[in-house]
Every structure is written in structure tokens, then in C-alpha cells.
Design a protein around this ligand. Structure first.
Ligand SMILES: CC(C)(COP(=O)(O)OP(=O)(O)OC[C@H]1O[C@@H](n2cnc3c(N)ncnc32)[C@H](O)[C@@H]1OP(=O)(O)O)[C@@H](O)C(=O)NCCC(=O)NCCS
Length: 199
């Protein structure tokens, strides 16, 4: 039997700029786009992009109400960036329900190989190290592949919410503010993955 491919989570770094941008380009070429991060900045100045993500992970410069978010790249065999995952360890109850702790994506050409499942499992290890008793994730509308990824990591559907509120960052009179915005026509499925049994 072949050994499983080596997959690891790495912090964003300039070393992988070409690989990361290749993943972004692939998303755009397939017509799906790449709306997960500040990719304009990534193209203009990758070092500044890395610094922005590092600040975001420490909660530096974020509008009040927006939780710190850690971004990891999923690196295959030490060379190819095949996915990205965002983890918000400390979220407040409304954010827990409407946005969740974790969001992810896999490069279109690399899907269907179990990478999203393994990527989520790797972030759950980080969440366990921090002592989180559970994480929540939301899946919008019909996304059976993502539902499967969550189920394969032990996730259970908690609630289905029509027209959910989403915490979004908006510009108001030259300032960034955090607002709850109702997403009409969206069905949000809230999943929970238990990391520790209740005492
Ligand atoms: C969702 C996503 C991350 C899945 O990535 P992936 O690497 O292909 O996922 P995996 O290979 O680990 O697992 C996918 C599972 O879904 C199943 N699946 C895929 N398409 C499916 C479909 N249309 N219906 C039912 N199951 C499906 C696969 O068979 C697999 O399950 P299995 O291992 O039991 O066979 C990827 O499609 C993606 O990046 N989509 C765009 C971004 C996105 O939707 N992110 C999640 C937001 S909630």
C-alpha cells in the first residue's frame, strides 16, 4: 500500500507566495473566484499580505467585535499549496451561531482526494491543544461535499437557520465597523464538532 501523501498546515509565509497565488489563479480560471482573503494585496505585496494575516491572527488592527483569525495553508509533499483554512479560536455566541470557528477551501484541481477532510482534522488538533470543548461550522445552502467533510470529522447538524445574520465588516463614513447583516434567501446549516465530552 502507498504511504499517504504528506499534508501539513503551515503559517502563511513569503516562501510559498508563488504556490499560493497559483491556487488563487486556479480559482479564478475555473470561474469560482477566490473571495477568501485580500488577494489583491497578495498579488501586489506578498510580504504585506503575510503581515496582515499575522496581525489578524493576533487580533491586531481588527474592528471592534471581529475575532482574531488564524489562517493556515495546506502544503502537500512540502511543495504544493492545495488548500487554505481559517480558524477563529475565540468567538462570541452570535458569531458561533452565524459564522462558526472554521472555514476552508481546497484548490479545484485537488478536490475529491480527501484533503479537506485531513485539513479540517489538522485544525481540530490545534483547537484541542487550546482546550476548546467544541467548534461550530456553518454550511450555506447546498454543499454536500462540505457537509461530508464535517461529518467525517464527527460533526453533527445542530440547527438550520433561514435568512441568517452574518457578522460582516462594512465601511461607514471612512471607518471599518462590524455589523450583523441579514442574508436573505440563504439557508445556513450549523454544525458542531465536539472536542471534549461535557463533564
Ligand atoms: C468543500 C470542499 C472544501 C471539499 O474539498 P475536498 O478536498 O474535495 O473534500 P474531501 O475529498 O476531503 O471530501 C469530500 C467528500 O464529499 C463527497 N462529495 C463530493 N461531492 C459530493 C456531492 N455532490 N454529493 C455528495 N457527496 C459529495 C466526496 O465523495 C467525499 O466523501 P467520501 O470521502 O465519503 O467519498 C471543496 O469542494 C471546496 O473548496 N469548495 C469550495 C469552498 C467551500 O465550499 N468551502 C466550504 C464552505 S462551508
Amino acid at each position: 500500500m502507498n504511504a499517504p501523501e504528506k499534508l501539513e498546515l503551515i503559517k502563511p509565509s513569503i516562501e510559498y507566495s508563488a504556490q499560493y497565488l497559483a491556487m488563487v489563479d486556479e480559482g479564478i480560471e475555473t470561474g469560482e473566484g477566490y473571495g477568501y482573503n485580500n488577494v489583491e494585496l497578495a498579488r501586489e505585496d506578498f510580504a504585506a499580505f503575510v503581515q496582515e494575516l499575522e496581525d489578524e491572527s493576533q487580533g491586531i488592527g481588527l474592528p471592534t467585535g471581529l475575532p482574531a483569525q488564524q489562517t493556515y495553508f495546506l502544503l502537500k509533499e512540502g511543495q504544493m499549496v492545495v488548500g487554505e483554512i481559517r480558524f477563529r479560536p475565540a468567538i462570541t455566541p452570535p458569531y458561533e451561531k452565524y459564522n462558526g470557528h472554521i472555514a476552508y477551501n481546497i484548490r479545484p484541481s485537488q478536490r475529491g482526494k480527501g484533503y479537506a477532510t485531513r485539513q479540517l482534522a489538522l485544525v481540530l488538533q490545534e483547537a484541542r491543544k487550546l482546550g476548546l470543548p467544541f467548534v461550530t461550522l456553518t454550511v450555506e445552502n447546498d454543499n454536500p461535499a462540505s457537509v461530508r467533510v464535517i461529518q467525517k470529522n464527527g460533526g453533527k447538524l445542530l440547527q438550520t437557520i433561514e435568512n441568517p445574520l452574518k457578522v460582516q465588516v462594512r465601511e461607514r463614513e471612512g471607518r471599518w465597523v462590524v455589523e450583523d447583516v441579514k442574508e436573505a434567501g440563504v439557508t445556513s446549516n450549523l454544525y458542531l464538532i465536539e472536542l471534549a465530552s461535557p463533564q
